[in-house]
Design a binder for this molecule. Structure first.
Ligand code: MN3
Length: 327
């Protein structure tokens, strides 16, 4: 089972300038062969299909536990794409064609026709494909595949970083490059511990110097590059049996953290413009929600925690917004 926490693993800048062309590129990290849906679904199916898990517990724990973190990475990519598609200017009466500026750009038209949000597709608009899952029932093959998958994921994230200068995309890639690096090390250590093969000689693979990427640096300084989170209150206790030893690039000690990232609330993005569809006004929905809440004996005000969106706001202001919202 999965326990869901309504927070994002890391801070993303609030919406600034919309970037639908960039959002199309970021879709590769969502639904491409090496995207976050692929890492999630690979580790998820490998854990579902894991036989003899009790006797191979540290390896089972590793795969099952990393699957849970990948769920949060899919969530982060979706939040980024939504941020990049938030366009306070795309409003107006239907006859003024407020979305016309999008139609001639190299965008994914589904982004603005289908619902102004992330799609389970790659950058070409092709749906994520179950054939990307490699769950053979052979532990060494699966671990080796996972190492390659994380390696490809890092390569693609770097290329998308180089293709997108939107602050939300850059923050996303900064975080995911560091976390993907941890998972790559974790699978390498698992193979080493199981077979004796010295995979430390393969690092860095690909040769990405994350120290030079400004958006990676705060995560490296916080030690995020050498810790594996344990994504369960009481299970997956044997991670430390395989995730141990020196980091192959820095020589620092690897360690397991008992718990999940503290995370931050989602930014409450404004409703998508629906100029061609007569629809409930967001204020009407808020009114209905409040009535239902009170009738159910819940507080008058919404109970969840969000960061208010500041459309057109300055990226640097995000810290102030968080400080205001988080006590
Ligand atoms: Mn990931």
């Amino acid at each position: 089972m999965i326990l869901r926490i309504d927070r994002l693993a890391t801070q993303l800048p609030p919406p600034s300038e919309p970037d639908p062309e960039g959002a199309k590129v970021v879709q590769e990290i969502m639904g491409g062969r090496f995207g976050e849906m692929s890492t999630l679904m690979n580790y998820m199916f490998q854990s579902f299909n894991f036989r003899g898990r009790q006797s191979a517990r540290p390896f089972y724990d590793l795969v099952a536990n990393i699957a849970a973190e990948e769920w949060g990475h899919v969530e982060l990519v979706a939040a980024t794409i939504n941020t990049m598609l938030t366009d306070p200017g795309a409003e107006g009466p239907p006859e003024s064609a407020p979305l016309e500026h999008l139609k001639d750009k190299p965008t994914n038209p589904h982004h603005f026709i289908a619902g102004f949000g992330a799609l389970p597709q790659n950058s070409q608009g092709r749906p994520w494909n179950g054939d990307y899952v490699h769950a053979t029932g052979n532990l060494i093959q699966d671990l080796t595949f996972n190492y390659l998958l994380e390696s490809g994921a890092r390569r693609e994230k770097l290329r998308c970083y180089e293709a997108c200068d939107h602050p939300a995309a850059r923050a996303l890639f900064g975080y995911l490059l560091v976390r993907g690096g941890v998972h790559q090390v974790a699978y390498a250590r698992a193979i080493e511990n199981l077979t004796g093969a010295d995979l430390s000689k393969l690092f860095p693979s690909p040769r990405i110097d994350t120290e030079r990427i400004p958006e990676c640096r705060p995560h490296i300084e916080a030690g995020t590059h050498r810790k594996l989170y344990r994504f369960s209150p009481s299970d997956y206790l044997e991670l430390a049996a395989v995730f141990n030893g020196p980091h192959p690039e820095t020589g620092e000690e690897l360690f397991v953290e008992d718990g999940i990232p503290e995370g931050v609330p989602w930014t409450d993005l404004p409703a998508a413009p629906t100029p061609f569809v007569p629809e409930y006004d967001p204020a009407e929905i808020a009114e209905v929600a409040q009535r239902l809440r009170v009738a159910a004996g819940l507080p008058d005000e919404p109970t969840g925690e969000v960061i208010p969106a500041t459309p057109g706001g300055v990226v640097g202001k995000v810290k102030d917004v968080v400080d205001k919202v988080t006590p």
